[in-house]
Design a protein around this ligand. Structure first.
Ligand SMILES: [Zn+2]
Length: 81
């Protein structure tokens, strides 16, 4: 299937991460609004909170075409190769 040139943001599979990631992976994963790094417990709570809101995926970085149920929907790239 050819979709043309698109860029896709990486995203995090929230449920998969909660199910599989060792606790050490949560360290430094998120920051509070004031810039403090979340502890692993806080980061895990943050992910559980996203899941509770129905967000199965969360984007890495800024994405303006994001579906929390399936991830980045893709962005057309202007000058296709
Ligand atoms: Zn995106």
């Amino acid at each position: 299937m050819t979709m043309g040139a698109q860029s896709i943001h990486l995203c995090l599979d929230v449920k998969g991460f909660l199910a599989n990631a060792p606790k050490s992976r949560y360290r430094g994963m998120f920051k509070h609004d004031d810039g403090r790094t979340m502890t692993p417990d806080e980061a895990k709570y943050h992910l559980l909170d996203e899941l509770a809101k129905g967000n199965l995926f969360i984007p890495f970085g800024k994405c303006d075409n994001f579906d929390p149920k399936s991830g980045c929907l893709g962005h057309p790239v202007g000058d296709a190769k």
